[in-house]
Design a protein. Structure first.
Length: 102
């Protein structure tokens, strides 16, 4: 039986790439905000961009947690009938519930 240490990294290349792309987008948004501050832009416009970055990072965090849970569940339930469908249904429900925490 796999231990929790198996959850320490994202082993799926597709998931890892997705998370990295989301982080790079947020990084670009942050650079844009820095530029706005340097150029003396309106505080309300800056605040709106900050809120967008926060939402992007929250979304990325939820995606990473989902990927990690999916990876762990597939390892634990690999031999279970209809494992993929059951895991995906569970993860959709959990993602919806976690999304309401924001």
């Amino acid at each position: 039986m796999p231990t929790c240490a198996a959850m320490d990294t994202l082993d799926n290349d597709r998931h890892r790439t997705d998370i990295l792309n989301r982080l790079k987008r947020a990084e670009g948004q942050l650079r844009g905000i820095q530029r706005m501050v340097e150029e003396g832009e309106d505080c309300q416009a800056i605040a709106m961009q900050m809120a967008a970055v926060r939402k992007a990072l929250d979304s990325t965090y939820l995606r990473m947690v989902r990927c990690q849970m999916e990876q762990h569940l597939h390892e634990q339930l690999a031999d279970t009938p209809d494992a993929d469908a059951r895991i995906n249904a569970f993860l959709e429900n959990m993602e919806g519930l976690m999304g309401k925490l924001r």
